[in-house]
Design a protein around this ligand. Structure first.
Ligand code: COA
Length: 172
């Protein structure tokens, strides 16, 4: 599995979009915490993906992807907050690996690639949030992130199903 950075002029490539949409839909249907619950709302995810790719094309955010040799099968974004007060760090968003390729170290390759991209950008920190209750700290903490806070009941999956949102930070 190879980590690649997508340049702004590659971000609107239809083949990239198709593979990332498939990855996002499959990760959602497999129970992944990437903004939606199963069954994956494909139109909404497509709209969200197009917005994200548009920001990459505009040079605002960085998109790191995984390529199997045949197709794109993972992604993560380094999203800028847009404030000059916060130019020294970015939020890592939409971290996902296609379910067919999970559990073999691909996620680690992706996160190490994103870390390298952040260093190349001259950033000092990366921040991300996770949904509590899925054990995702066990993925991020060995990669150098530490828990810095919890927002109780920040995520409402259903009218009677709230989850805390945990914030993690990595110093670069
Ligand atoms: C989270 C995700 C990116 C990890 O990718 P992956 O390729 O499965 O992870 P890796 O195989 O590189 O795992 C690296 C280590 O993290 C652990 N790990 C991976 N996913 C984990 C999870 N969901 N919970 C707990 N530990 C996890 C692995 O056991 C492994 O530990 P080890 O080195 O002791 O064996 C992937 O499972 C995924 O896409 N999930 C769905 C989307 C999602 O929930 N994204 C997180 C958004 S915050």
């Amino acid at each position: 599995m190879k980590y690649l950075v997508i340049d702004s002029d590659e971000a609107l490539d239809p083949g990239l979009r198709a593979d990332l949409l498939d990855t996002w839909v499959a990760a959602t249907n497999a129970g992944g915490a990437v903004g939606y619950t199963p069954p994956a709302p494909v139109e909404q995810i497509a709209e969200n993906l197009d917005g994200a790719l548009g920001r990459v094309a505009a040079g605002l955010d960085l998109l790191g992807v995984l390529h199997t040799g045949e197709r794109y099968a993972g992604m993560g974004l380094l999203v800028s907050r847009g404030s000059w007060l916060q130019e020294h760090w970015r939020t890592v968003l939409r971290v996902m690996v296609h379910p067919e390729h999970q559990g073999n170290g691909a996620g680690r390759v992706l996160m190490e690639g994103l870390r390298g991209s952040a260093v190349d950008l001259g950033l000092e920190q990366l921040q991300l949030t996770i949904r509590d209750g899925l054990g995702l700290e066990k993925f991020y903490v060995p990669l150098g992130y530490r828990v810095v806070g919890t927002h109780p009941r920040a995520i409402r999956l259903a009218p009677d199903d709230y989850r805390d949102e945990i914030t993690l930070v990595q110093d670069l």
